[in-house]
Design a protein around this ligand. Structure first.
Ligand code: ADP
Ligand code: MG
Ligand code: MG
Length: 292
């Protein structure tokens, strides 16, 4: 491998839409990446499809001041099999896997509201308020794109912190100018907001709708729009858009959780609560985040 980074051969962390993510470590501790933790993730794409991964790196370098966003340490170009050029992003390693894995491991029952959900929610709100404040929209908030990282608290307790990853679909905020979305879906139907489905508008409030979907999924173990019969992406988009349906909020959730979700699932984006407002919600009250 290039300048001082070595693969852990065979350890693949995940497969994405246009490449793979591997676990790697530093070969040369005095290389220019020596500020890295011992492990990191390397997200790779062949150069023929590297355009969007380069944009991803650009955005990641603009949001690196925030501990709730996965860090990008740099990039390297290497030679792949068959002599192809491969573009690699060197990322902070999500040692705890993705939030999707964590929810799956809960056996369909969901995570504990007080031990985990409120903490992850606070992390995600801090990350989103940072991204939105500097004028970006993530556009693909979902559990597969959220990484959990071990964090040793000052009192000695080890916790996971949730960090937002995969900025592959992120873009500059639109500021209410309507613009046609690309022909392909930007994002994942299940987490899409009504305005994205109906008006092709995807701005900061759309990330908040998706956050509501994620919080609901953490609490119940099931993604929104789940039902006994398999729904096609089109069925889901019909429910979100033309049919005016709302994700079901189970009555047995705590009062704070239900109220938080209602703030995320306001159909009109202009009346939806913002990340800044939700940070003051009783659901995340009293949750303290230590800086690394
Ligand atoms: P794509 O844009 O192709 O969806 P992602 O950045 O979401 O790519 O990465 C794909 C998968 O790889 C993730 O869902 C996750 O399982 C794994 N992964 C990505 N980044 C990291 C990381 N920093 N640490 C650990 N695993 C990661
Ligand atoms: Mg992804
Ligand atoms: Mg992506």
């Amino acid at each position: 491998y290039g300048d001082g980074v070595a693969w852990f051969r065979g350890v693949m962390l995940g497969k994405g839409s246009f490449g793979s993510v591997y676990l790697a470590t530093l070969k040369n501790p005095r290389s220019k990446y020596s500020c890295l933790p011992p492990f990191m993730a390397v997200k790779s794409a062949e150069v023929s499809v590297s355009g969007s991964i380069q944009k991803e790196k650009e955005i990641l370098s603009n949001v690196k001041g925030c501990p709730n966003i996965i860090r990008c340490y740099g990039e390297e170009t290497t030679t792949g099999e068959n002599g192809t050029m491969v573009y690699n992003l060197l990322l902070e390693y999500g040692s705890g896997g993705t939030l999707a894995d964590r929810i799956k491991n809960s056996g369909g029952k969901g995570l504990s509201e007080f031990d985990e959900v409120r903490g992850y929610t606070k992390s995600l709100l801090l990350g989103l308020s940072y991204i939105h404040e500097i004028g970006y929209v993530h556009c693909d908030m979902k559990p597969e794109n959220i990484l959990l990282v071990h964090h040793n608290r000052r009192d000695g307790i080890t916790q996971f912190r949730a960090k937002i990853g995969d900025f592959g679909l992120a873009k500059r905020e639109q500021l209410s100018k309507k613009r046609k979305l690309e022909a392909y879906w930007r994002g994942t139907p299940r987490y899409m907001s009504p305005e994205a489905v109906l008006d092709n508008v995807q701005d900061c409030p759309s990330d908040i709708w998706a956050l509501g979907c994620i919080v609901l999924e953490m609490l119940t173990g099931k993604p929104p729009w789940d039902s006994d019969q398999e729904l096609t992406p089109d069925d889901i988009l019909q429910k979100i858009g033309p049919k005016n349906e709302m994700p079901k909020i189970p009555n047995e959730l705590s009062k704070e959780a239900k109220d938080f979700l209602k703030g995320c699932f306001v159909r009109k984006p202009r009346y939806r609560l913002t990340a800044e407002m939700l940070l003051n919600h009783p659901f995340v009250e009293g949750i303290v985040e230590e800086n690394n």
